[in-house]
Design a binder for this molecule. Sequence first.
Ligand code: ZN
Length: 132
Amino acid sequence: MGLIIRQEDLKAIIKMAEKSAVEVCGFLFGRGEGGNFIVEEVRFVPNRLNSPTAFEMEPVEMLQAIDEAEERGLEVVGIFHSHLKCPPVPSGRDLKGMRLWPVVWLIVDEKGNYGAFVLEGDRIREVGVEVV
Ligand SMILES: [Zn+2]
């Protein structure tokens, strides 16, 4: 099981993370196929906490993003956000979010490192990222 994402999409997320003084966040829309998650579209949503150490998607834009994706037949396959000056692995706060949103969590840092994670029961498992 892994996340399949186009290089330009991953680059776009990392570029935003590099430029931003706060965590950036949003959705990975696409479809599941053969146990993998294929990202068709990246959608940024403002971080309403405006924080360098935490994120919460702005709720109205969040729902709008999901509606628009569903209209095009895409589903939420993942959530992405950035970490600043700390490794791209889930924080304690992220773990709570992963319980609410049991999808793939892609985390990038401002240096271009990244990792993808899922919650299995109460354990976090890293999954592969295939850049195509
Ligand atoms: Zn985080």
